[in-house]
Design a binder for this molecule. Structure first.
Ligand SMILES: [Zn+2]
Length: 422
């Protein structure tokens, strides 16, 4: 409530009007191309958090203390171990993720240096890392065209998958357009005994083309699991929930990269892919490491406060983004604006999700039918066994190093290609 309602964000001049800054407007400005506006919004936004930082630190510490209580009464070694135990995830997965991403931070530093060079800035700040490096290359497709493009991109998944994908459109699972009073964003919901539903608010943007592939990925995961499992075992766990959606995005992206002749569009797509990996794999692992370290501090008897939380965050931000970025004081407060931290040890699942998805999509492109068959066994798995074992069926073994290494290699490959085109 403090963050959603009482935060009292300052006013800002935007498109000729003075309006109150909001979380939504902040992200619109951050991905826009008006640098002075981004800097202004960044400073105003964090000034509001600075005013309530003590309260937020105490609130967060309260959350950590609750976790510590439950880990003690349940006899777990640490809060992290308790969280992984509850998710039925092998404890080594978390450590392997953090280690692999940590080792790959030099690639991220290179990306940041490239970004700085392309933007032509003498110094680059955290508010400069969101806009696309390739403006005016946006895909502007009607929903029908975008849907056909998704079908093209998903051809490697075979005719059965494609026919279900079409069925979703032809039989009215999808609510496409924005209408008055309709909930914003996009999501999919699976219903046992019925078909899934998809809510979209389709706009002619690249992001929304990928959203079709993404949400239908969720839907067909539900469709397969609900069809194959008894009710009690049909509902897949959060740990695997973003895999099917991201496999579709990766396949679509690879199709577009392979087929586009236009160098500018190619650069745009490479940038899109790099930012997808930056936000979903690197950033969420940075958050995961923050949670792990904050809990470890508290478990070691050190009370958490705004100072040690902020300096921990700043140190991690420097580690992940490197020296090409100027780390302003404001960014050390970023931990205070992440609502997910109140669902402890949740965000790492985004990072393992995209890692698995890249691994599975690559295997499908490499091995064809056999890989698709295994992937469908995963899609039909629901929660019939633990999520790490389910992913192994599809070829992503998160207890080994290979999928993490492969995801980082993809990132480096995209970076190299982008560099070559720049
Ligand atoms: Zn999703």
């Amino acid at each position: 409530m403090l963050d959603n309602a009482d935060l009292n964000l300052p006013e800002i001049e935007y498109e000729g009007k003075t309006i109150q800054l909001s979380h939504g407007l902040y992200s619109v400005i951050m991905s826009g191309h008006d640098r002075a506006k981004r800097e202004e919004a960044f400073k105003l936004y964090y000034s509001a958090f600075r005013k309530i930082l003590t309260t937020l630190a105490t609130t967060y510490y309260g959350n950590v203390k609750a976790n510590m209580f439950y880990k003690s009464v349940r006899g777990h070694e640490s809060c992290l171990n308790k969280a992984l135990f509850e998710e039925d995830v092998d404890a080594s997965v978390y450590a392997r993720l953090v280690k692999s991403v940590s080792e790959a931070t030099p690639i991220m530093h290179r990306y940041m240096a490239l970004r700085k060079r392309v933007l032509g800035y003498a110094d680059m700040h955290m508010y400069d890392i969101y806009p696309s490096l390739v403006p005016n290359a946006e895909l502007k497709l009607s929903f029908e065209e975008a849907f056909e493009l998704c079908l093209k991109g998903l051809e490697p998944l075979g005719e059965e998958y494609l026919s279900l994908f079409r069925k979703g459109r032809d039989e009215g699972w999808i609510d496409v357009c924005e209408t008055e009073g309709k909930r914003s964003g996009a999501y999919s919901i699976g219903i046992y005994g019925n078909h899934p539903f998809v809510l979209l608010n389709y706009q002619k943007t690249t992001h929304d083309v990928f959203t079709i592939a993404h949400e239908m990925g969720h839907s067909l995961h539900s469709y397969y699991s609900n069809g194959a499992q008894p009710y009690a075992k049909a509902d897949y766990k959060i740990f695997v929930a973003e895999v099917a959606s991201t496999v579709n995005e990766v396949l679509l992206l690879k199709y577009l990269l392979k087929t586009t002749e236009d160098a500018n569009l190619k650069k745009y797509l490479l940038n899109y892919f790099m930012d997808m990996i930056r936000t979903t794999l690197f950033r969420q692992t940075q958050f995961a490491e923050f949670e792990e370290k904050a809990h470890a501090l508290a478990e070691g008897g050190e009370p958490l406060n705004k100072d040690n939380l902020s300096s921990l965050y700043l140190e991690l931000n420097k580690k992940y983004y490197g020296e090409a970025v100027t780390h302003d004081e404001e960014i050390s407060f970023e931990w205070a604006r992440i609502p997910h931290f109140y669902r402890s040890f949740y965000v790492y699942k985004y990072a393992t999700g995209i890692t698995s998805a890249i691994c599975i999509a690559n295997r499908i492109l490499r091995e064809g039918e056999k890989a698709v068959e295994d992937y469908k066994r995963f899609l039909k798995g629901g929660c019939s066994t633990d999520p790490v074992s389910l992913l192994k069926i599809a070829g992503a073994d998160l207890t080994a190093e290979a999928p993490f290494k492969a995801a980082m290699a993809e990132f480096e490959e995209a970076l190299k290609e982008f560099e070559a085109l720049s």
